[in-house]
Write a protein of this length. Structure first.
Ligand code: HEM
Length: 271
């Protein structure tokens, strides 16, 4: 594929394609840079996602739950403590996402992650061919993302996340079980069939995302997303290491003995 991409970009048609679609189109001016709230929302998102994925996988593997949680208001709605943990984390993740999207819209940063022209598609193709050719597109992330990045961020924020939420709510106790029309319009089987592939999408996105962060000007990228500064020094990298320690620590700590006291503030925990 590398050789094919290099060959194509060397032909007349390839050169014309590249000059017509350099990998990025004329975008409205976003404010530029990474404000502190974006840095924090991005960190909380990564932190919560690791825990959400861990507990989600646990739910699927669990044969006999270690404990159950019964809400104070409805005895018949008993769920496993793992599902309670997953849902509590989901709620925090959704709140963080709502704050993030609200601030994106309010500050004008939305235009960096929402395509504003159909030109995004041929440009994304161009950026992908350039990635595959190993002659990577050079863009300034500080101001704008290239079209492949923009599409990936857009799909992650505005397609995958809402899908995860809608299918998750459908399977949860929040969904009204006594509305036959509603249940038929959105069958729980669909929700089950979609929720897991969405998780696989997130995992794939995170892998490619982090690999590219490290493969393209790592120190500068890490400074941008962790300190909000456009600098090439080690501060962002060490903050990244610290954030990994916090995330892994939390992932290890999320176990029934530690979660049960928290869950019992909101309901009854028992076997
Ligand atoms: C520890 C792991 C992570 C690192 C090191 C990291 C790093 C970065 C960096 C450096 C940027 C700036 C973009 C750039 O320079 O090209 C960025 C932006 C972004 N990241 Fe991550 N990321 C991580 C995890 C995640 C996760 C788990 C998600 C969600 C699934 C995510 C979603 C995004 C999005 C949507 C943006 C664009 C934000 C905007 O400009 O509004 N990242 N990330």
């Amino acid at each position: 594929m590398v050789i094919a991409a290099q060959w194509f970009l060397g032909t007349e048609a390839g050169r014309n394609f590249l000059s017509r679609y350099p990998g990025q189109y004329e975008q409205p001016d976003a404010p530029g840079g990474y404000p502190w709230w974006l840095n924090w929302a991005h960190f909380f998102n990564a932190f919560l996602m690791v825990l959400v994925i861990k507990t989600g996988v646990q739910i699927r593997r669990e044969i006999k739950p270690e404990a159950y949680w019964t809400p104070k208001w409805g005895r018949q709605r008993r769920i496993s403590l793992t599902i309670w943990t997953h849902n509590a984390l989901d709620l925090l993740w959704v709140l963080n996402g709502l704050v993030f999207v609200t601030l994106l819209v309010a500050t004008g940063y939305w235009s960096r992650v929402v395509p504003t022209s159909w030109e995004v598609f041929p440009n994304a193709l161009s950026a992908l061919v350039q990635y595959v050719s190993l002659d990577w597109p050079t863009t300034s992330d500080w101001a704008h993302y290239n079209s492949a990045q923009e599409l990936a961020y857009f799909v992650t924020i505005f397609v995958a996340a809402p899908l995860a939420i809608a299918t998750g709510v459908r399977m949860s106790g929040l969904w009204p079980g006594d509305k036959p029309m509603l249940n038929k319009a959105f069958p729980v089987e669909w929700a089950r069939a979609v929720h897991f592939p969405v998780m696989i999408y997130f995992v794939t996105f995170i892998l490619v995302h982090v690999i590219l962060v490290f493969a393209t000007d790592a120190l500068r990228n890490l400074n941008q997303i962790y300190t909000g500064q456009d600098a090439t020094n080690w501060t962002g990298f060490w903050l990244f290491v610290l954030s990994l320690i916090v995330i892994i620590g939390a992932a290890v700590a999320v176990r029934p003995v530690l979660v049960a006291p928290l869950a019992s503030l909101f309901g009854r925990v028992g076997r």
